[in-house]
Design a protein around this ligand. Structure first.
Ligand SMILES: Cc1cc2nc3c(=O)[nH]c(=O)nc-3n(C[C@H](O)[C@H](O)[C@H](O)COP(=O)(O)OP(=O)(O)OC[C@H]3O[C@@H](n4cnc5c(N)ncnc54)[C@H](O)[C@@H]3O)c2cc1C
Ligand SMILES: NC(=O)c1ccc[n+]([C@@H]2O[C@H](COP(=O)([O-])OP(=O)(O)OC[C@H]3O[C@@H](n4cnc5c(N)ncnc54)[C@H](OP(=O)(O)O)[C@@H]3O)[C@@H](O)[C@H]2O)c1
Length: 290
């Protein structure tokens, strides 16, 4: 099936224009087609996708920019970092959701990209947050903190998510309310997404239960998801029983401490960790390296 490209949510969109024809000047260059900023620490962008690039929704790739010239030789090397692909596997373009680290080697520069600029993309996707790594179940949980939402932005737009599960629960814990915007807008946009409603089935989005929480700014639901699960509050709010290995599957993407804590909790509920080579009941991936 051929899918056509759709716009990002109007509210978030800052700049968008057709990718201009431009000579390729970098290795593995792709052209930026849209950029949206959410907070002083978060932005997203879209870029062209290599025609031959295939990936599974939930995987990550290496992307980047050319680094500064070496003072001695004047040579420039690519400066690459791992990034979850936030767009689904069927999308004609690629989307990324990014942090802005003010002194970060890559994102101090990447945050300034504009439509028409080029980025480097190594088209070799890998990762554990894929449906292939899970056994069938009734309910899938996506647990994210911060930019860990990115792989789920892909999986929430992946038809297989709704073919495989009756219920899709996405939890997103951030420090501040503004850090929820990208995820909230994306989930809201699914309701009016004509293409997905036609292909997956009218009202497919009703399978989604969205559970955003903040920890350092007042919002409708405060607290870390881990604490809210331990107390039983999250299950009561969502109207679902406690996680169990018969019915529930989980994918986790957040900071290292979060991943370790959730992993321990999931194992406490009786779930076993899966992998591409050995599907089981939950999978984990780091949203960043510390
Ligand atoms: C498997 C994997 C997937 C990733 N996917 C994404 C993604 O989709 N979006 C994304 O923004 N980053 C993602 N990252 C992190 C990314 O690789 C870079 O670390 C990030 O772009 C910052 O790069 P930098 O060179 O500016 O700073 P770095 O030197 O890489 O990082 C500097 C410091 O910034 C903090 N930091 C880095 N990344 C983040 C983050 N995402 N959220 C909060 N704090 C952070 C850490 O404390 C880190 O020590 C991923 C990392 C891994 C391992
Ligand atoms: N977000 C900001 O406004 C901000 C601003 C400047 C600098 N930074 C720096 O950027 C880095 C990343 O910050 P971030 O906010 O993107 O990511 P983060 O520190 O990973 O926090 C994201 C969310 O995850 C929660 N969390 C952390 N550990 C957890 C655990 N073990 N179990 C459950 N939930 C957990 C946090 O709650 P808690 O709030 O309870 O930790 C927060 O709500 C940090 O080094 C930070 O100092 C962040």
């Amino acid at each position: 099936m051929v899918w056509r490209e759709r716009d990002m949510t109007e509210q978030a969109l800052v700049t968008e224009a057709p990718a201009p024809a431009k000579a390729v000047t970098m290795p593995d260059a792709q052209t930026v087609t849209a950029v949206a900023h959410y907070t002083d620490r978060l932005f997203s962008f879209r870029c062209t996708r290599p025609a031959s690039m295939r990936f599974r929704s939930g995987e990550f790739v290496m992307i980047g920019l050319m680094g500064d010239p070496d003072p001695a030789t004047g040579k420039q090397k690519p400066l690459l970092r791992a990034y979850s692909i936030a767009s689904p596997s069927w999308d004609e373009e690629l989307e990324f959701y990014s942090i802005k680290v003010q002194d970060g080697p890559l994102t101090s520069k990447l945050q300034h990209i504009k439509v028409g600029d080029e980025i480097i993309l190594r088209p070799k996707p890998v990762g554990t947050l894929v449906h292939d790594a899970l056994l069938p179940g009734k309910r899938i949980w996506f647990f994210a903190t911060g930019t860990g939402f990115a792989p789920f932005a892909s999986l929430l737009r992946e038809p297989q998510t709704y073919e495989d599960y009756d219920e899709v629960i996405i939890t997103h814990t951030c420090r501040e309310v503004g850090e929820l915007t990208y995820g909230r807008d994306l989930i809201e946009s699914l309701k009016t997404d004509e293409l997905l409603n036609e292909v997956i089935g009218e009202g497919f989005w009703k399978k989604i239960k969205y559970y955003p929480t903040t920890t350092r700014e007042e919002s409708a639901k405060m607290g870390r998801i881990t604490d809210l699960m331990r107390s039983g509050e999250a299950f009561a709010d969502l109207g679902v029983p406690q996680i169990n290995p018969e019915t529930d599957r989980a994918m986790v993407c957040g900071n290292l401490a979060f991943n370790l804590e959730i992993k321990e909790m999931l194992e406490g509920y009786g779930l076993e960790e899966g992998a591409n080579s050995k599907p089981a009941q939950y999978v984990v991936e780091k949203a960043f390296l510390d």
